[in-house]
Design a protein. Structure first.
Lengths: 92, 144
């Protein structure tokens, strides 16, 4: 079960926050409730820190070392985020 | 409280490379005392280490670093390049640089909500990229 999503970038305050905001929008559009979404830096990306990590496509290999992850090309495109989240939730 | 001032909005023809583009995009914030001179190096270092995660969408970069890397006061600068800036190892190029200086983890979040909202509208982005002058460019971001 995905209960906690952590969005991250290198500095934990710009890109990661934009992703958090749009992940929340995407979850709402998908009708998924009861999931916490947070943002942080790559230093917090550790196994067990979240059920799903979300990051820019460049950082995906780093995230996959810590667990299930999705990489985004466009972090303001709710549509892309929604499609990738849907797949991630369906796999569970 | 507005986090964007007109003097921090600029239009440039091009840059030698992405590092140069970041230096140019940070310059107004540096001149205004919002960041220390090491801030641009912090951004460049982060990108060298982790890749261009500051490209948040086609044509759009959000250069930023940690508060402890030299951000003094929270502020935003906008730089529009007429030519595409390429980043190593990334197909996506950027022309609109929304440079962020955040003095802590929270003071810039409201502005980012609005910026993200604005930039998720592709038609709007098309128009922003074609802004003929600084006044027009500023106008798109005025409410931030």
């Amino acid at each position: 079960m995905i209960k906690k999503i952590l969005c991250f970038c290198g500095s934990g305050l710009g890109t990661s926050f934009v992703m958090e905001m749009n992940v929340k929008k995407a979850l709402k559009n998908l009708g998924i409730e009861g999931v916490t979404v947070d943002h942080s830096t790559i230093d917090d990306v550790l196994p067990g820190a979240a059920d799903l990590f979300v990051c820019s496509a460049d950082l995906l290999p780093n995230a996959q070392k810590a667990g299930k992850a999705i990489g985004l090309n466009n972090m303001v495109a709710v549509k892309e985020i929604q499609e990738k989240l849907k797949l991630a939730f369906e796999e569970e | 409280m507005s986090l964007l001032k007109k003097e921090n909005v600029q239009i440039c023809e091009s840059a030698d490379n992405w590092r140069d583009a970041i230096r140019i995009s940070v310059r107004p914030l540096e001149q205004g005392g919002y960041v220390e001179s090491c801030y641009k190096d912090g951004i460049i270092e982060n990108v060298e280490k982790l890749g261009p995660y500051i490209i948040i969408a086609d044509h759009i970069a959000l250069p930023h670093a940690r508060p402890e890397q030299g951000a003094v006061k929270t502020q935003i600068g906008i730089t529009l390049f007429r030519q595409d800036i390429e980043f190593d190892g990334k197909e996506t190029t950027a022309r609109l640089f929304v440079t962020l200086a955040a003095k802590d983890n929270n003071s810039h979040l409201d502005a980012l909500v609005q910026i993200s909202e604005l930039l998720s509208d592709e038609d709007k982005v098309e128009r922003i990229l074609k802004a003929p002058d600084v006044q027009t460019l500023y106008h798109y971001f005025e409410r931030i």
